[in-house]
Design a protein around this ligand. Structure first.
Ligand code: SAM
Ligand code: SF4
Length: 336
């Protein structure tokens, strides 16, 4: 049996926390309509944690048994010193303190960074891509960057990184493209995970117009493909199937139609050091105050204990016409 850290992070429902999603910026070079409004008020840079502070946060979690860190944002690759941070985290991998260092990106800047990420010890990147159609991409993200994204994916694969595609399923936007996106990803040796849009943050449109339950998508896929359930458990929210006709894996993340919180193993920290124990809850703990105050190591440790008490049993998301978002802060702020 694996040795346990001195005091592992276990919440009030007996769930062991082994996974940290760490946001390094809330800024982004895209404006995906389901994620952000066109005019976003970004956080003042002075409030954002320095590299040293991000490292101290990561170390506090690692000391309490966190084995996997996913760096995210906003768009993590728009932060100028992000590669330096990844390289420093890579040293924790070499020492064996950390088992996995991963990144979630929109891939617009991945071509320039793929080799650096691989050198830092990153083994896999999740690329968010909702369409392969230039016009749809531009309408959805409000930016004309699909060719950069595709170059980024190629560069990542050439650098030896395993790439997984994440796709938010959107009614009337990419609904009809989902089978071809899956076939494309599988044809390029990449797994693809579909995600239900979540009611997080104010956007410029009504989420009810584009919400697409994955129960409906799955039924449609089953009309032409054989979806064989895979028993693998990653401790994450996705349920996996293998599509026999393509030979590839499809993940389904269903925060609305099929709750998965019982197996939750993660918490999130924003780029300003706010610790959220649940994506769907406003409860937060200020790690920046702990970091910048007296006896930071002890204060951080105590903050992690408080987060374990605070973590709710589950999220409650609902998308209804005209309704306010279930949670006011967007995914780009919490760290997706
Ligand atoms: N910018 C990076 C990217 O897009 O990969 C990382 C941050 S982004 C917030 C992380 C993931 O959250 C993306 O896959 C995005 O599609 C997803 N996302 C953002 N807002 C969402 C929402 N309201 N519902 C579901 N997924 C969302
Ligand atoms: Fe940016 Fe990612 Fe949000 Fe799109 S989903 S706007 S790429 S943070």
């Amino acid at each position: 049996m694996e040795p346990m850290p001195q005091s592992p992070l276990i919440d009030g429902f007996g769930r062991r926390i082994r996974y940290l999603r760490l946001s390094v910026t809330d800024r982004c070079d895209l404006r995906c309509r389901y994620c952000m409004a066109e005019r976003m008020a970004f956080l003042p840079k002075a409030e954002v944690l320095s590299l040293e502070e991000l490292e101290a946060v990561a170390d506090a979690f690692i000391a309490r048994g966190v084995e996997k860190i996913r760096v995210t944002g906003g768009e993590p690759l728009v932060r100028r010193d992000v590669l330096q941070f990844m390289a420093r985290m890579g040293r924790r991998l070499e020492k064996g303190d950390l088992k996995e260092l991963a990144l979630t990106t929109n891939a617009t800047r991945l071509a320039a960074h793929a080799e650096g990420l691989a050198a830092a010890g990153v083994a896999r990147v999740n690329v968010s891509l909702d369409t392969l159609d230039d016009a749809v991409f531009e309408r959805l993200t409000r930016r004309n960057r699909l060719s950069d994204v595709l170059k980024g994916i190629d560069a990542a694969q050439a650098a030896g990184l395993a790439v997984k595609i994440n796709t938010v399923a959107l009614k009337g936007v990419n609904e009809h493209e989902i089978p071809s996106l899956i076939a494309w990803a599988h044809g390029h040796g990449m797994a693809l995970t579909l995600i239900e849009a979540m009611p997080l943050g104010e956007i410029d449109e009504d989420r009810a117009d584009h919400y697409l339950p994955l129960t409906a998508v799955r039924e449609r896929l089953e009309q032409s493909w054989t979806l064989a359930p895979l028993m693998k458990s990653t401790g994450g929210p996705a349920r996996y199937v293998r599509i026999e006709e393509t030979g590839g894996e499809l993940g389904l993340i269903t925060p609305l139609t099929n709750n998965f919180c019982a197996g939750c193993n993660r918490v999130r920290v924003t780029c300003t050091g706010e610790l959220y124990s649940c994506l769907g809850d406003d409860g937060k703990i200020d790690l920046r105050a702990a970091l910048r105050g007296f006896a930071p190591a002890r204060a951080l440790d105590a903050a992690l204990d408080r987060a374990m008490i605070m973590k709710p049993e589950r999220h409650h998301f609902e998308i209804a016409r005209g309704a306010a978002p279930s949670v006011a802060r967007p995914m780009s702020m919490t760290g997706g």
